[in-house]
Structure formats: C-alpha cells, structure tokens
Design a protein around this ligand. Structure first.
Ligand SMILES: Nc1ncnc2c1ncn2[C@@H]1O[C@H](COP(=O)(O)OP(=O)(O)OP(=O)(O)O)[C@@H](O)[C@H]1O
Ligand SMILES: [Mg+2]
Length: 298
C-alpha cells in the first residue's frame, strides 16, 4: 500500500507552547483516519501543518511524496477548517462555481450540492446561511476539486442530526471512491463507525494509534447483563474461563467477560431464567477515558 501521508518527527513550537511534540506516522491511501484528543491537544495545529498552512518547527511532512506546499500536493488536497468562512455577497451556487473554477477536474456542481445537502440553498447568499449550513458549504468547498486527500477539522460541529447523517453517508461514498480522509471530531461514536484508524493525541503527542476494534478490545470491558427471575447460581457463571467477574445491582446481573458470545451460549444452553439481556461491547468513549486517566497519572 502506498503512503499518502508521511509525518516524521514533527514539532510545532509557539513561543512558550509546544503544540505538537515530535509526532511521526504514515497514512495509507484509501484510509479514513480520525485524529482524536481533548481541546488543545494539537489536532488543528497538526492538520494545519499537513495542509502547509503552518511550517513545522522541526521534522517534515510529505503528501504523496511531495512537500505540502508544492503544486503537486495542493492539486490533490481538499480541506475543511475548524473555522469555516464564506465569501460575502455571493450565493451558494456562485461560491461553488468559483471554487470549482480553481481545479482542472472539479466535482460536478450537482454532486456537490447533493453530497452536502445544499440543493435547496443554491440561490441563497452564502453569508445568510445558518451555522450548520455554513459548515455544509465548507464541506462542499473542500470537495470542489474532487480531491484524493481530504482533511476535515471537526466537520460535524453545529450540524443537526439529519445533516450529520448525510455527511457521514457522503464520507462513505468518498471512501468507496478510494479517497484518503483525515478528520477530527469530538463525537467518538461517529469516529468509531467511520474510521478504520484512530490516532489519539494528548498534549501534542500521540498516545494511542490503532483500529477502533483493537483499542476497544485492549482497553474496555465487554459484558452481558440481564434481569434474573429468582436466584441464579452465580458460581457457575463465575467459574467459566472467559468470565472475569459477576456483579449484581438489584435484580440485574452483569457478567464481565472477554467473550460475550460464549456467555450467551452458556445462558441459553443452561436455560437460565433471565430476560432483558443487554450486550455491552465497550466504546471509544471508554477507551478515551481510560487513556486520558493514564495520561493524568503519568
Ligand atoms: N497560533 C498560536 N499561537 C500560540 N499558541 C497556539 C497557536 N495555535 C494553537 N496554539 C496552542 O497550541 C495548543 C494546541 O492547539 P490546537 O488548536 O492545535 O488544539 P486542538 O487539539 O485542535 O483543540 P480543539 O479540540 O479545541 O480544536 C493549544 O494550547 C493552543 O492554545
Ligand atoms: Mg482544533
């Protein structure tokens, strides 16, 4: 697989603040990577350097083997910044025409309007759009050049549920077309569904890097909980090799386990009198919490 992005020993020092602190990673073509981390972790600074908007204080970045500021890199780039600004005095349609005119092979206007959900807003002035609509326009602008590499800094902030859903559908379509996408978000559940890789940043450093599944498997608990009619023989459950523990809250019992399927099989094969079974497979939120706690202790 080809490396679309190479980040090597990159640091950004602002006067007395080291916003990014010696980060290295590579990103492969066609992948969706979510860069996650608390406010001030250095996500936007890192993205700005990958876009060539900021120069690293140390280290280097290559996009498709080229420096971010090179024409070759720029031509394949699309970006949606954390602060979206629109051009005053022109309509949504005119804005898209303008940005499309910068590129040799732009995405069709119809598709831009459809994928950003702005069909109904084409004739509206860009500066009269609502906050969420402006972000959708920012997304359409990022896509205008039909880029191979897309950077999206908190794209879904301020979007309502419908726009957000449409947005993730569009991301899905883009990945099907082989685009490489790097995004940040504070909505971890969304990241979990769309990203095939998560890079977790804290205080300018990468503190975890892997697939959401790997992270959840190593850092969260899986459990099966249910309500039991009468008294269950807890000992039998506790004795199972994949069970880590059994706890009871009122009439509800929670079995913490490495293998939720095996616990279910056991419950059914023994015909245990239980109902309202719920399976908890751990979440990225939990991963985030565990890792941030570790950082605080360290
Ligand atoms: N131009 C700048 N001058 C000085 N310090 C800066 C500058 N830009 C960012 N910083 C600092 O660098 C750190 C990282 O900021 P950055 O915007 O990259 O964080 P972030 O991870 O994107 O946070 P958020 O989730 O809030 O968007 C912060 O402490 C911020 O105050
Ligand atoms: Mg940011």
């Amino acid at each position: 697989m080809m490396n679309m992005i190479e980040v090597k020993g990159v640091t950004k020092q602002f006067k007395d603040k080291k916003a990014v602190d010696g980060i290295s990673f590579t990103i492969q073509k066609g992948s969706v990577t979510a860069i996650l981390g608390p406010n001030g972790a250095g996500k936007t600074t890192l993205i700005s350097m990958m876009l060539g908007l900021l120069d690293p204080s140390a280290g280097h970045i290559r996009l498709g083997g080229q420096p971010p500021k090179s024409m070759a890199a720029r031509d394949q780039l699309g970006a949606m910044l954390q602060e979206v600004s629109v051009i005053d005095g022109i309509t949504v349609g005119e804005t898209l025409d303008l940005f499309r005119s910068y590129y040799s092979h732009p995405m069709s206007k119809e598709r831009l309007l459809e994928w950003s959900g702005l069909q109904g807003e084409q004739k509206k002035r860009a500066d009269s759009l609502s906050g969420g609509q402006k972000r959708r326009l920012g997304f359409a602008i990022a896509l205008a050049g039909d880029p191979d590499l897309l950077f999206l800094d908190e794209p879904t902030v301020g979007m309502d549920i419908t726009s957000r859903k449409l947005f993730w559908e569009s991301i899905h379509r883009l990945t099907k077309r082989g685009k490489t996408i790097i995004l940040t978000t504070h909505y971890l559940e969304e990241a979990e569904h769309v990203a095939d890789r998560v890079i977790l940043m804290s205080a300018g450093k990468v503190i975890a890097d892997g697939t959401p599944e790997e992270m959840k498997a190593s850092l969260t608990h899986r459990s099966v909980s249910f309500t039991a009619d009468g008294i269950l023989a807890v000992d039998a459950l506790t004795a199972l090799p994949h069970v880590k523990g059994v706890s009871t809250q009122g009439s509800r019992m929670t079995v913490t386990t490495t293998d939720t399927d095996a616990v279910l099989r056991d419950i059914f094969s023994r015909n245990l009198p239980v109902h309202d079974i719920a399976i908890e497979n751990g979440s990225l939120d939990e991963v985030f919490e565990v890792l941030m706690k570790r950082e605080e202790i360290a």
